[in-house]
Design a protein around this ligand. Structure first.
Ligand code: SF4
Length: 221
């Protein structure tokens, strides 16, 4: 059996909504930290087998997604399931699997958006291109993501329905400017800090998936 046929029997794992996001938002995740080459002050990994957390030396923000993997083995397993499938497939097969997996999700019919990487980040050209292919194919959905892996998104044409937010606080912050990354997010510790910076606060991803490219703030919990 080819790797693609066996993968087809094993769809990518997606969610729909969470404590912060509406049920109309499908979600996709990969293992936190393990797939985040641009992470710096937030870099934490949960061991694939034991869940044990390892934190980077210069941690300013604890990675919530990694903590969830350490606490819930099923969450960890689902994210590694996705990563292992991504790594095993060609671009074409991965694109097909993404489209099938989304189509077959029980919340697909009422979905309006797809957030890529609630946990993890886009860490390869193949994955980026598969996501962009999928976005163009499923163009009735708004697709969106945050990234700290900025070099992967320089000088490329995104699909019309893809909204990318550069997440400040990573290894490639120097690449953030209004032309290349007009939409950016900065973590703040209080509403007052956001006000001082003159940044609106995004609470439910409205500014991440909304139509306007702009800088905004996220409150750190
Ligand atoms: S980029 Fe996001 S998922 Fe990755 S380590 Fe940082 S906070 Fe966690």
């Amino acid at each position: 059996m080819s790797s693609y046929n066996s993968a087809i029997m094993s769809l990518l794992k997606l969610g729909a909504g969470n404590a912060k996001l509406a049920d109309t938002i499908l979600t996709f995740s990969t293992p936190a930290g393990h797939t985040c080459p641009g992470a710096k002050h937030c870099h934490v990994i949960s061991d694939k087998v034991t869940g044990k957390l390892t934190k980077s030396a210069n941690l300013l923000y604890d990675c919530y997604a990694a903590r969830m993997e350490a606490r819930y083995p099923n969450v960890r397993k689902a994210r590694w399931h996705n990563k292992d499938l991504i790594d095993s497939l060609t671009l074409i097969d991965l694109t097909d699997l993404m489209i099938i997996s989304i189509n077959k999700h029980k919340a697909y019919k009422k979905a309006e958006m797809l957030r890529w990487f609630v946990s993890g980040d886009c860490d390869s050209v193949k994955l980026r291109d598969a996501i962009f292919n999928t976005s163009r194919e499923l163009n009735h959905l708004i697709h969106y993501s945050y990234t700290k892996n900025l070099p992967l998104f320089l000088d490329i044409k995104k699909p019309e329905n893809y909204r990318l937010t550069a997440s400040i606080g990573g290894r490639y912050d120097r690449l953030i400017n209004p032309v290349d990354f007009p939409r950016s997010a900065r973590v703040v510790r209080s509403k007052e800090e956001a006000a001082k910076l003159n940044l609106p606060i995004d609470k439910k991803d409205d500014l991440a998936y909304g139509p306007i490219d702009q800088p905004f703030a996220l409150l750190y919990h």
